[in-house]
Design a protein around this ligand. Structure first.
Ligand code: ZN
Length: 161
């Protein structure tokens, strides 16, 4: 979302460390980006499954995500594309190892983590219900957002944050 976030901490997982940051920072500054925190999804999932290289989520010019008013700023997309191209040209031939210390770096982990914490059970398929970055509930198996009446908050097991 937006046009300036180069996400270093997503869902309270570190995505890249200071060595990679030092190398990429001049490119970020040139394009108006900065290292930041955010709840973003795909690459966080890869890190939490053990991916051992530096990664990042990069804002690519969309706004009002997951709403009826979502839109894309084409100039932002072009700027993001140029940044990614410059990162590949400068750093694409190097491997940047990164082994995060997972959640232990963060003493104040919230109770509900987007896309990770189960908040209930889908009444249609009985799969675990998660929330997105905007804390809207959805069922990953049914691949749909859910209203309050479409899931139960009763879990058949202890909630794990
Ligand atoms: Zn379902």
């Amino acid at each position: 979302m937006g046009n300036k976030d180069f996400i270093q901490y997503g869902g309270y997982t570190e995505l890249f460390g200071p060595e990679f940051e030092d190398k990429v920072l001049p490119l970020l500054v040139k394009r108006g980006y900065e290292p930041s925190e955010g709840y973003l999804t795909d690459v966080v999932e890869l890190k939490e499954r053990g991916l051992d290289i530096a990664v990042a989520n990069i804002a690519c010019g969309y706004y009002n995500p997951h709403t009826d008013q979502e839109y894309v700023n084409i100039q932002d997309v072009i700027n993001c594309h140029a940044l990614v191209k410059e990162i590949i040209e400068k750093l694409g031939h190097e491997r940047h190892d990164h082994f995060p210390d997972w959640l232990s770096d963060f003493p104040d982990v919230p109770e509900i983590l987007p896309h990770i914490t189960s908040i209930g059970v889908c009444l249609d398929c009985e799969s675990e219900v998660k929330v997105d970055e905007m804390f809207h509930p959805y069922c990953p198996k049914c691949n749909t957002y859910l209203s309050d009446s479409e899931y139960t908050e009763e879990l058949p097991f202890d909630r794990v944050a």
